[in-house]
Structure formats: structure tokens, C-alpha cells
Design a protein around this ligand. Sequence first.
Ligand code: LLP
Length: 416
Amino acid sequence: MREIFPFIGHKEGELFIEGVRAEEIAREVGTPLYVYSRKAIEEAYREIEEAFKEVNPLIAFAVKSNSNVHVLKLLKELGAGADTVSAGEIYRAITAGIEPKKILFAGVGKREEEIEFALDRGILMFNVESEGELYKIEEVAKRLGKVAPIAVRVNPEVDPKTHPYIATGLKSSKFGVDFGTALKMYERAKESKYLKPVGIHFHIGSQITDISVFSQAAQKVKELVKELGSRGIEIEYFDAGGGLGINYRPDEKPVSAGELARALIPHVKELKCRLILEPGRRIVGNAGVLITELLYRKETPEKLFYIVDAGMNDLARPSLYKAYHHIEAVRGGEKKVKATIVGPICESGDLFGEGRELPEMKEGELLAIFSAGAYGFTMASNYNSRPRPAEVLVEGDSFRVIRQRETLADLISREF
Ligand code: LLP
């Protein structure tokens, strides 16, 4: 196979996901359709596990990147925990069999019911994002007669050099708290019968490819942990968040997990803390493709449009962030035209790629949009009253539907 991304590529002029022809899946399940490679997920997970094995971290998969229960189950089998941001994500993680003691609960706006839900399940820790939230967690814990394990999410104020919408560690961001506020919060938690400081958390952004920003952030947070130690507050978990980037272009090399390990390991060793990582995109991003059918070719005096049956409701990243996703014809062929690939949604921003080199294609043929395994299905919506796509997992020479395509009846099922 000529791989485009690991375990996904062309063989005899056809796109394969592991041992299965993309066309065979699409003909059986319909389009648009998300397809994931089990081996690609496993390999990406193991790369991180291997790079960090010296310190045996908890790898808490960021459920927001791909929350399908079957994907979570397979990660559970590999030993993963879960980084969650809602009761819904905790529910999914637990349904997949992930032990509560491997679940983190982050997010800037946790509701009281969600805090209660998490406390009842006995999760590993709450990553707390404001003073108000700390008081709320204390109040709920007191009411339930429990002790809430907490980490404060601190803002190390480093620029992750990524898209502004996914940068979270800057001073101006809504995430985390400054170091001064964090110290106050830890002092407060130490005094409380219902709170137990167990960790510290930072997450500076997503799709980061410059590892030096991780070192800078870890260095700053390490100093804070030492300061806490001198005040009698012992930190057990050093949670360095997610954010490790992937290559969206097949001809680019991704930054290695080993490099990230070299940036983080010395700090956790010095502190004698257990490291927690929260990777999402890095594990599932390049393991997924969105398969879509060419509905119409439309030639205007300016451009050749390939109008496909997937829209920005199915994969929002190109329209939301102007993100680049590689696109190829499922049946290879010589690249002869420049086509602009657009969806059926009534918005000019419903665009997957501008002037892409592709073969001459006929209506009814299939295209693959790559790197769609992370923040693909999880950000899909029903905009334009379009049922959300199906999801399929390929395992070697076989595949199975892991989420059925929504139906028209599903669209209005809550409106009676
Ligand atoms: N931990 C925390 C606290 C996070 O906020 C995130 C992502 C992660 C971990 C996982 O980050 P990753 O390893 O996947 O980079 N929808 C955007 C990405 C938003 C990321 C939000 N937080 C996109 O499609 O690019």
C-alpha cells in the first residue's frame, strides 16, 4: 500500500483503510461517512506510551476529540484514562469501561449537577478553572459528605504559536488562573475539609508543533509546584494537558512524541510527581477519514466545483478555522484538474478545499477528506436539518458500524 497516512493509502489505484476498500464500506453504509483505522489509533497511542515509558504517565485521552464509545473502549483496552469536560463525556468514558480513577474533569463552566455526577462516580480529580468554581465544588462535596480531589488549572502565559481559537495559555484567555490566584486557591483547598489538592494542571493550546512552548510552560509550573511544597501543599499529579500537533499534510513529518517526552520528563522527575497527559488529536486525528460522494461537477467561467455530499455540518474545521485537510479521490488516478471542493450547505464558507489537484471525476465517485478523526464527528451538527453521518471502525480485513447514520425521524424526535 502507498500510505498517505499510517494504515490509510492507495493500493492498485484504490483507497484502503487497513485491509478494507473504502468504496466497499461506502457502498454498504452510505455517505458521508467517517471511517477510523484501529491500528492507526493503537499505533499513535503506543508512540506516546513508548516515548514516556520511563515515567509511566496516565494517558488521559481527550474525549472531546473523538467521543465514540467504541473508540473509547479500544483506548481503554490500551490502558488509557479520559480527560473530560462534561457529565456527558464522563458518562461516555464510564460506559466504555474506563475506571473513574483514570478520569479527569476539566472545563471552565462546570454545572452543579455535573460536579455532583463526577463526585458520585469517584473520579481522579477536578481541574478547577476559577475561584468561584472551587467554592462550588466545596459546597457540593460538603452536601454529599465527600472530599473532592482537585488540581488548579494554571495559566503559564506562554504563546503556543497556534490558531488563536485553539490557543488557551495566554494571559488574555478565559482558561485557567494566574499563579497568584492559584496559590490562594491551593491555600483555601488545604484548609477545607471537603477539598484535597492532589494535582496541578496546564494546557496551553492545541495543534502545537513547536515543542519549546511545552518546556517553557512546564518550567514555570514546576516552580509553582515547588512554591506549593514550601507551603506544605504536596502535589502528586503534574498534568501537562494535551496539544501535541499532527501533520495535516501527508508530505510533512509530525513532531515526535519523543521530543515532547524530552521536554517534560526532567521536570516531573525532579518533582517526583506522576505525569498526566491529555492527548486527543494526536491519537485519533490521522486515524480517520471522511468519505464523501461527488454529487455534481459545476463548471463556472472561474472555477470547477466538485459539490460533495458532506458539508460543514459534518466536518466543521475547514469553515471554522480555515483548517487544511488533505483531499484525494478514493479511486486514485492522474491528477489533471484543479477543483474546489464544496458542500451542499447554504453558506459560502461550506468549503473543504480551494483549487485542489485531483483527477477528472464523474458524478457518483468518491472523495476522501483526511485527518478527520479528531474534532470531526464530535463537532458535527444537524445544521440544514441534515442527519449526522455514520461512523465505522476498520479492524484488519473487516469493518463494523460503530454509530448508525441518523435518520430523518431522529431530527424531529425531541420536538413532540
Ligand atoms: N486538554 C484540555 C484541557 C483541552 O482543552 C484540550 C483541547 C485537550 C486536552 C486536547 O487537545 P489536543 O491534544 O486534541 O490538541 N476544535 C479544535 C480543537 C479544540 C481543542 C480544545 N481543547 C480543532 O478542531 O482544532
